[in-house]
Design a protein around this ligand. Structure first.
Ligand code: SAH
Length: 253
C-alpha cells in the first residue's frame, strides 16, 4: 500500500521514470499534471492519469531506481561491483558492516539492502558535503534505521568494537588495516575497492605486515558485457563500461 510520504516510481507511456513522494501536491510533466495525493491508500501498481489523459503506472522503487535518480557527489560504485562485493564477502541479513567513504551513498544502499532491517551499516565520510548527500540518499531509500553515518575520517580509527565486515572505497585502504585487525570478527571480510592498479599494489605491500591476520587475498575486476538481441543477429553491444575498479578481498583469521 502507498502511504503518505512513501517514495513512488512513476512510469509514463514512453517508459520515462520519475521518482516522487506520495503527497497532496501537483506534479508537472510534459504529458500533463498529476495529483500525487490520489496515490495515497492505493496499492503499488496502480495507474494515475494526468489532466491530459495520459496514464502513468506507480510502482515501488527498488534501490536501483533510487540510485539512478538520487543526487550524486562523488562517482558511485557500479551495481556490478556492489554485487560481487556482497556475494564474495557473504554479506547477509543481520550483519554489521563498517563502510568508508560513504560518498554518494550508493554502495551504502546496496549494503543496507543486503543486511536487512536487523543489520547495521556504519559508514564514515570525511567530507561534510558528501556526508550530507549520503544522509539524504539513505533517508530517500528508507534505510535511516539501519544506517549510521559518521562525518569523520576512518583513518583515525574505528569507534565500533566489533564488525562482521569492513568495506572500503577510499584512496588508501591500507591505512585502515591496523584498525581492522582489532575490530573484524574471525571469518569476516575486509574489502577494498580501488580504481587504480598502483593502489592495489601499495595495499599488498602494506599488507605484508598484517599477513598473519588474514586467510587469503584475492583481487578481481568485473566486466559485464550486455548482448544486443535482434531477430537476425545476437552480438555483444559495441560499447561497454570497461574499467571501474579493482576489488580486493581478505578474510580475517
Ligand atoms: N562508494 C561511494 C563512493 C565513495 S567515493 C558510493 O558508491 O557512492 C570515496 C569517498 O571516500 C569520498 O566521498 C571521500 O570524501 C571519502 N573518503 C576519503 N578518505 C576518507 C577517510 N579517510 N575516511 C572517510 N571517508 C573518506
Amino acid at each position: 500500500m502507498i502511504e503518505e510520504g512513501s517514495p513512488v516510481l512513476l512510469i509514463d507511456p514512453r517508459g520515462k521514470r520519475y521518482l516522487v513522494r506520495a503527497k497532496d501536491r501537483e506534479f508537472h510533466t510534459d504529458l500533463g499534471i498529476l495529483q500525487l495525493g490520489e496515490l495515497i491508500g492505493k496499492p503499488y501498481g496502480t495507474r494515475i492519469e494526468s489532466h491530459r489523459g495520459e496514464t502513468f503506472v506507480a510502482i515501488k522503487p527498488d534501490i536501483n531506481d533510487i540510485i539512478a535518480k538520487m543526487r550524486r557527489g562523488p562517482q558511485i560504485v557500479h551495481p556490478k561491483d556492489a554485487g560481487i562485493i556482497i556475494a564474495y564477502a557473504g554479506i547477509s541479513p543481520g550483519d554489521t558492516v563498517i563502510e568508508a567513504g560513504a560518498g554518494s551513498g550508493a554502495l551504502t544502499l546496496f549494503l543496507a539492502n543486503a543486511v536487512g532491517p536487523s543489520g547495521r551499516v556504519i559508514s564514515y565520510e570525511v567530507r561534510k558535503d558528501f556526508y550530507e548527500i549520503a544522509k539524504r540518499n539513505v533517508e530517500l531509500a528508507g534505510f535511516s534505521e539501519r544506517v549510521i553515518l559518521k562525518n569523520r575520517s576512518i583513518y583515525d580509527g574505528i569507534d565500533e568494537e566489533r564488525a562482521d565486515h569492513i568495506v572500503l572505497d577510499l584512496p588508501q585502504p591500507e591505512n585502515v588495516l591496523p584498525h581492522a585487525v582489532d575490530v573484524l570478527r574471525p571469518g569476516g571480510y575486509f574489502v577494498a575497492y580501488t580504481p587504480c592498479a598502483n593502489q592495489v599494489h601499495r595495499f599488498y605491500r602494506a599488507l605484508e605486515e598484517f599477513r598473519e591476520h588474514f586467510l587469503r587475498v584475492m583481487t578481481v575486476e568485473v566486466l559485464v558485457r550486455e548482448q544486443e538481441v535482434k531477430r537476425e543477429c545476437m552480438r555483444p553491444r559495441t560499447m561497454m563500461l570497461a574499467h571501474t575498479g579493482y576489488m580486493t578481498f581478505l578474510r580475517k583469521l
